[in-house]
Design a protein around this ligand. Structure first.
Ligand SMILES: NC(=O)c1ccc[n+]([C@@H]2O[C@H](COP(=O)([O-])OP(=O)(O)OC[C@H]3O[C@@H](n4cnc5c(N)ncnc54)[C@H](OP(=O)(O)O)[C@@H]3O)[C@@H](O)[C@H]2O)c1
Length: 336
C-alpha cells in the first residue's frame, strides 16, 4: 500500500518542486492539499490529480487517511503547525528552517518522543548524491587534511510581500539560505562549530538581513560563508585540503534535469588538470520524499533528524547574537 502524504498550503515550493517530484512513485502519493482558501486547494488538487482538497490546514491534519504531512508554510508557522501535526499523530517533513529558535526545536523533540512519530527537516540537499560523495571524499582524506571551507549563496528579491522580506515571518538571508552552508558544513565534517562571528547588513525597509557573512571555527577547520537576498544569483561551495581543493558547482538548487558536477583540483591554477565527477541526473526532492517515506514505513532514522535541526538552529542563534553583540560567540554559551 502506498503511503499517503498531505500538504499544508499551496506554497510555491510545493507546486513547483515537491508535488511534481513525488508524482508516480511506487511507495507514496500526495493524497491531499490544504489551503486557507478551499477554491485554491481545489484548483491545485485538480491540476496535480490530488484526490482531496481542504479549506483549512486543521481539516487535513485531522484526516485519518493522511499519514505523512509536508509543511511548506512560511517560516514563522513551521514549529506551530508541525507541533499540531505531531499531536494528531502524523509524521511530518517540515521545510527549512524547521523553527525560529532552539526552544521551539526542543518542544518538537519532546512532542515527537511523546507521540512516537517521525519528524524531519526538509534539507533536500542532504539527499543529493553529490553531497554524500563530497562527505565521503572529505572524510576519507582525499583532499589531504581539510582546513578551510568557503561558500556563497545569493539571489535578488526585493518584492515586499515575499515571505523572505517579512521579518515577522522569519525572513532574511540567514534563515532562508544561510541555513544551507551551515547544514552542509556540519554534515560534511561530521562536527559542530566551536565559535562564530558574523556581520549582518539589514535592509532598512524590511528589517531583514540582506547581506550576511559568517566565520565559524570548527575543531580543525575554518569556515566562511556569505549569503544575500539582494545580490546577483550565485551559489558555490569550496573545500580546501592540504593537497586538493573540491568545488561543488550547484550546491543547493541542483536541477532535476541536469547532471551535477564536483571538481577536484590538486593546485592547477590554470584549471587544465581538473578531475570532474559527474552525477546521474536526479531529483533531490524525490529522493528526500522517498527517504522520509522509507523511514516512516520501516521505522528507520529520518534523513535530517530534529537533533540535527537543533544543532543547526543553535548555530543560527549564535550568528544573530554575534551580530547584535559584535563579538565571537561560543556555541556553549548558546546551548546552556
Ligand atoms: N527546500 C527548498 O528548496 C525550498 C525552496 C523554497 C522555499 N522553501 C521553504 O518553503 C517554505 C515556503 O516557501 P515558498 O517560497 O514556497 O512560500 P510561498 O509561495 O509564499 O508559500 C507559502 C504558503 O503558506 C501559506 N500561508 C499561510 N499563512 C500565510 C501567511 N500569513 N502569509 C503567506 N502565506 C501563508 C500559503 O498557502 P495557502 O494560501 O494555500 O494557505 C502560501 O502559499 C519556506 O519555509 C521556505 O523556506 C524551501
Amino acid at each position: 500500500m502506498k503511503m499517503n502524504w498531505g500538504i499544508l498550503g499551496a506554497a510555491k515550493i510545493a507546486l513547483e518542486k515537491v508535488i511534481p517530484a513525488m508524482a508516480g512513485h511506487p511507495d507514496f502519493q500526495v493524497h491531499g492539499i490544504a489551503s486557507r482558501n478551499l477554491d485554491k486547494a481545489k484548483v491545485v488538487a485538480e491540476r496535480f490529480g490530488i484526490p482531496k482538497a481542504y479549506g483549512s490546514y486543521e481539516e487535513l491534519i485531522a484526516d485519518p487517511e493522511i499519514q505523512i504531512i509536508y509543511n511548506p508554510l512560511p517560516n514563522h508557522l513551521h514549529a506551530q503547525y508541525t507541533l499540531k501535526c505531531i499531536q494528531a499523530g502524523k509524521h511530518v517533513l517540515c521545510e527549512k528552517p524547521i523553527a525560529l529558535s532552539s526552544d521551539e526545536v526542543k518542544s518538537l523533540i519532546a512532542a515527537r518522543d511523546q507521540h512516537q512519530v517521525k519528524v524531519g527537516e526538509a534539507f533536500m540537499v542532504r539527499s543529493h548524491p553529490q553531497w554524500q560523495k563530497t562527505r565521503d571524499l572529505v572524510q576519507r582524506g582525499t583532499l589531504g587534511k581539510i582546513k578551510l571551507i568557503q561558500g556563497s549563496f545569493s539571489y535578488f528579491n526585493i518584492t515586499p510581500d515575499n515571505i523572505r522580506n517579512i521579518a515577522a515571518y522569519g525572513g532574511g538571508a540567514i534563515w532562508d539560505i544561510g541555513c544551507y552552508p551551515i547544514t552542509i558544513c556540519r554534515y560534511v565534517l561530521g562536527e559542530e562549530p566551536l565559535r562564530i562571528i558574523s556581520l549582518l547588513e539589514t535592509d532598512p525597509g524590511f528589517g531583514t538581513d540582506k547581506l550576511s557573512s559568517v566565520l565559524m571555527q570548527f575543531p580543525s577547520v575554518q569556515v566562511s560563508f556569505s549569503v544575500s537576498t539582494q545580490l546577483v544569483p550565485y551559489q558555490r561551495m569550496h573545500f580546501f585540503g592540504e593537497n586538493q581543493q573540491l568545488e561543488v558547482l550547484i550546491p543547493f538548487n541542483a536541477p532535476k534535469d541536469t547532471a551535477c558536477e564536483i571538481k577536484l583540483n590538486a593546485g592547477d591554477i590554470l584549471q587544465k588538470q581538473v578531475k570532474t565527477i559527474t552525477f546521474d541526473v536526479c531529483d533531490q526532492y524525490r529522493l528526500m520524499a522517498a527517504a522520509f517515506t522509507e523511514a516512516v514505513r520501516d521505522n528507520k532514522p529520518v534523513p535530517v533528524s530534529l537533533e540535527d535541526s537543533l544543532a543547526n538552529t543553535l548555530v543560527i542563534e549564535a550568528i544573530f547574537r554575534s551580530a547584535r553583540e559584535h563579538r565571537w560567540v561560543n556555541l556553549k554559551e548558546i546551548n546552556e
